[in-house]
Write a protein that binds this ligand. Structure first.
Ligand code: 6GU
Length: 262
């Protein structure tokens, strides 16, 4: 899968993705990341890419021209690449990083991981001239309800999250794992050596070697944690009859404690 990031800070993107798992994914050729500098496409003789907003107000707005020219050159190159590789010619989706967008979640990550090419547009300053967004037909995506200074960190978050779903990025062991959100449940607690640390023992069951009991315990831990920290996820969780019963017992317990307090 190929990520193309349109940005004024290409070195920030490349530094962010070149280490750890995504870096390895790139080295293996499972993903590629290319940061394209929007500034390289300005027609302005002083290299400006932004200007004051019409109607007044604080800050600067990124101009449409460098963004649109950058996009057109990139799109042309991507389509040529698809043809050269004998792939189906498909206009890549363009994601604009903005707090006004659809909130990025695991479901959207899974959907985007199916794409071959993806363009991420990072705004900076007070935003981007609306006409550029119209021309590029962007899909607006946010990483949460808070304001950042630019789209670069969100782009890196999305690249990280999507990449680990691309075959060949994680090792076989890691990807087979049942992890947080896979099943709309939070992950169970993990322990490694030593068996006792500052007087705290590893739960006995994990030392038992009884695989089925360990699995049951882990599922129950996941359910209990999800109930405690993210009860909003539970309606989406796939619980079998026994697990449903376990959840009901937790809810009954909580109800009992509430009564005792009154
Ligand atoms: Cl995607 N971009 C910016 N600039 N700020 C954000 C965001 C995105 N998501 C949350 N805050």
């Amino acid at each position: 899968m190929n990520f193309y990031v349109m940005t004024l800070f290409p070195e920030m993107i490349m530094q962010g993705v070149s280490t750890s798992v995504t870096g390895r994914g790139m080295a293996r050729g499972a993903i590629s990341v290319e940061a394209v500098n929007i500034r390289d496409y300005t027609n302005e003789k002083h290299g400006h890419v932004d200007d004051a907003p019409y109607g007044g107000g604080a800050g600067m707005v990124m101009q449409a021209q460098p963004i649109c020219d950058c996009y057109r050159a990139l799109e042309k190159r991507i389509l040529e690449g698809q043809q050269a590789e004998g792939r189906e010619q498909k206009k890549p989706r363009v994601l604009y990083m903005t707090p006004q967008g659809r909130v990025f979640d695991q479901k959207l990550a899974e959907e985007l991981a199916k794409e071959e090419d993806l363009i991420l547009l990072c705004g900076h300053y007070e935003g981007v001239d609306e006409r550029a967004l119209e021309i590029l037909q962007t899909e607006n995506v946010s990483i949460g309800d808070y304001v950042l200074t630019g789209g670069e960190l969100p782009a890196m978050v999305m690249i990280d999250c999507i990449s680990r779903l691309v075959p060949g990025v994680l090792g076989k062991e890691e990807s087979a794992d049942i992890e947080t959100f896979h099943d709309s449940l939070l992950e169970y607690p993990q322990y490694t050596r030593p068996e006792i640390y500052e007087g705290r023992r590893v739960p006995e069951i994990l030392l038992s070697g009884h695989h089925a009991n360990v699995e049951k315990w882990r599922r129950e831990q996941s359910i209990a944690r999800t109930l405690a920290f993210r009860p909003d996820l539970l309606p989406e969780a796939n619980l079998n009859k026994k697990e449903q019963k376990y959840l009901e017992s937790l809810l009954a317990e909580a109800e009992e404690r509430k009564k005792e307090c009154n």
